[in-house]
Structure formats: C-alpha cells, structure tokens
Design a protein around this ligand. Structure first.
Ligand SMILES: Cc1cc2nc3c(=O)[nH]c(=O)nc-3n(C[C@H](O)[C@H](O)[C@H](O)COP(=O)(O)O)c2cc1C
Length: 377
C-alpha cells in the first residue's frame, strides 16, 4: 500500500517549506466529529504522521475505523497538494498503524506513516490523479436539504481502485438503518458523553473555532442549541444527558425493530451509498492468516482502511467538482444491528466490508457553514 518508490530518497532540507505547506493544506481533510486526529511533524526531510492525543473516539470508534479513514484522507490531501507543487508524495505506512493503543486511544505519539517528497509526478491520465488541489477548499459536509447531483455515482466510480466500490442504498433503507444505528448507539455507555464532548453549541465554547461540531454546521435552531449547550459541559450535565439518551435510545430501538419506516423529506432528494472494500480483490493472505484478518474488529488489514481513507477523499472531491456535498451516516456502521441490516439489504457477502455511508447532493443554500480547523504549527 505505498506509492511507487523509484523516486524515493530525493527530498532534502530546502523542501521543508513545501512540507509545511502540505501540512497546512491537508488540515482541510474530513474527520469524524471533526476531531482532526492527525499529528504531522516534519523530520529528516519528510513528515512523520502520528495520531494526536485526545483526538480519537475510543468509545464511538472502538475499532479505529474512522481514525484510519481520517488519516488516509489527510494523506491524500497532502499528496494532491504535493502534485500541485510538481512533486510526488511517497507514502510508507508503518506497523504501528495496526496498534489500537495509538489508533483507538492515542496513548503514544509514535508515527504511523512516513511521507517523503519524490520527484516530479509521471504524466498520467488516471482520473484519480487528476483531481485538482482547488477542490480541497470546495469539499463540504452538509446536513441540510439538497438537490440531486445526477451522475455522481458514475463519475465517482472512475476514481476507485478495483478493490473498492460504491453501492447505492435506497432512501427508505438508509432512513431505517440510520435511525436504528442512532438508537443503538445512544444505548451504549459512554457513547453519548463522548459525542457531547465534541459538540460546540455556543460561540462561548472555548473550542468553538478550533474543532468539533458547531451548532451552525449541525444546523440547529438557536433555541435548541441554547437549551442543549449546557449538557455538553463535562461531568454532571453530560452524564445526565447520557442517561436520558440511553433510556430514549432503548425505547426507539425496540420500536424500530417492529415498525417499518418510510423515507421522507431531505433524504428522499439525495443519493445514498456505501463505500465498500472487496477484500477478495486484495492479497490479504490465506488460511489462518486470512481468517485472523476477517475476524479482526475491522475485518480488513489497517493499511487497507488507511488506503480507503485516501479513496474516500477522492470520491468526496468528485462530489465537490459537481457542487455537491456529503452527509455521512456512520451511525449505520457503528451499530452491529444496523450494519447487519445493511449487509443483508444490499446482499453484501462477508468479504465485502462497508467502511463509510453517506448521502450526497447539492446544498440548497449558497454559503453553508463550514467546520472550524485547528492550526498546526
Ligand atoms: C470517517 C468519517 C466519518 C464521519 N461520520 C459522520 C457522521 O456519522 N455524521 C456526520 O454528520 N458527519 C460525519 N462525518 C463528517 C465530519 O463531521 C466532517 O468531516 C467534519 O465535521 C469536518 O467538516 P468538513 O468535512 O465539512 O470539513 C464523518 C467524516 C469522516 C471522515
């Protein structure tokens, strides 16, 4: 899972300003709850990519799937920015990428990948490698009403490797699975408290302009944000909110397992899909080795999930090129119940692993709110 090494070893001291620029540009990458889990450091003519302490989701993302996707997306953004500057970015993942101490709980700061600058990129007509760096600034997550982006799935398929795919989901199925996933997640101890710790529902929140999910990107009406904001504070209010959510989630989950749901409103106007990895198209071992990978929490080697994060960013940029945005629905994958239903409804076999679920469409408003970013020195 590395780029071509023939150009390796060409980077040198004067490249440092370009490396610093790549770090700045790649900060636009998406991440679950806008945690921005990357910790890039310039060292020995390259970038050592680590996982930032306190920026993972040990409860909500216990397999590390979302952190790996975000690190992959960050790396792809850096690679696209490097290509604009006329250089190839050589990516070497390290065995630490498979260490849950780093990927799930970020307990140590060891690098998980090393990125170095190579020579000029070879001429190509590969659609995935022609994605423009300007699209990085246009990429968007949008959770409001959208207009359909006709032809998105066909356009995005051109930037996929042969081991990945985009499988459409009907609005009705997604509605049901997302509700089930939400209800199931709410019943998990710690999950709501963790989510609440990433909500920034008032500009008075000290991290409002830095990270997390603001009232504006979540499109919460002012009175709702004002009432909910105190419950995002640590300790008692957050715990009380988690207790109430658990009771409500349990009730909703029981209801959903009995009652069929119809698609309505915004969801009916968007397209919906899941990004899957077809592990039978990859050489991931045989016999006991293969069984171990398939039975692992991710169901895939961590380098493949990281690489899928790179693919995810390309697919997101294809949407941006059409003026469209994603509204992700990770709750479908965070719940074993909802994911099981997804696999069943789409007829996905055990070796087809869904890693990301989203709706896609063109935002109905002209200047949607954007998520904040922390500045990296
Ligand atoms: C792996 C991954 C999972 C995500 N899951 C969700 C999700 O379940 N719900 C949601 O509303 N946004 C989700 N997002 C979108 C992030 O919240 C978004 O990327 C972040 O807030 C930064 O905003 P931006 O993408 O507009 O820059 C996800 C993003 C990534 C990369």
């Amino acid at each position: 899972m590395t780029t071509d090494r023939r150009t390796a070893g060409r980077s040198s001291g004067p490249d440092e300003s370009l490396l610093a620029e790549l770090i700045t540009v790649a900060a636009s990458a998406p991440s679950a709850h806008n945690t921005q889990p990357w910790d890039p450091r310039i060292s020995a003519g390259g970038i050592e990519l680590g996982v930032a302490e306190g920026r993972t989701l040990p409860v909500g993302d216990g397999t590390g799937r979302d952190t790996l996707l975000a690190l992959g997306a960050w790396t792809e953004a850096a690679a696209i920015a490097a290509r604009r500057a006329g250089r190839e970015l050589i990516v070497d993942t390290l065995p630490t990428l498979g260490d849950p101490e780093l990927i799930v709980s970020a307990r140590r700061r060891d690098p998980v990948a090393r990125l170095t600058l190579g020579g000029a990129p070879r001429p190509t007509d590969d659609p995935a490698r022609l994605l423009d760096a300007d699209l990085l600034a246009a990429r968007l997550t949008y959770r409001g009403p959208v207009r359909r982006a006709d032809g998105f799935l066909t356009a995005a398929a051109t930037v996929l490797p042969d081991w990945a795919g985009l499988v459409p989901i009907t609005a009705r199925d997604l509605n049901r699975m997302a509700l089930l996933g939400t209800a199931d997640t709410l019943t998990r101890p710690g999950a709501v408290e963790e989510l609440a710790s990433w909500l920034r529902l008032s500009p008075r929140h000290p991290q409002y302009a830095v990270d997390g999910l603001t009232d504006r990107v979540l499109r919460l009406p002012r009175p709702v944000a004002a009432v909910a904001a105190p419950f995002t504070r640590p300790d008692r209010p957050r715990r009380a909110a988690a207790w109430a959510a658990r009771r409500g989630g349990d009730l909703l989950r029981r209801l959903l397992l009995e009652v069929p749901i119809e698609a309505a409103g915004d969801a009916a106007d968007a397209d919906h899909f899941t990004l899957v990895v077809r592990s039978n198209e990859l050489a991931i071992g045989t016999g006991v080795e293969l069984t171990r990978v398939l039975n692992s929490p991710l169901g895939l080697p961590p380098e493949v999930v990281f690489e899928t994060g790179r693919v995810l960013l390309r697919v997101w940029l294809c949407a941006a090129r059409m003026g469209a945005a994603f509204s992700p629905h990770s709750e479908v994958l965070d719940s074993a119940l909802a994911q099981g239903e997804l696999q069943h409804r789409l007829g996905l076999g055990r070796r087809t692993v869904p890693l990301f679920v989203a709706s896609v469409g063109r935002p109905a408003e002209r200047h949607p709110a954007r998520s904040p970013r922390r500045r990296l020195a």
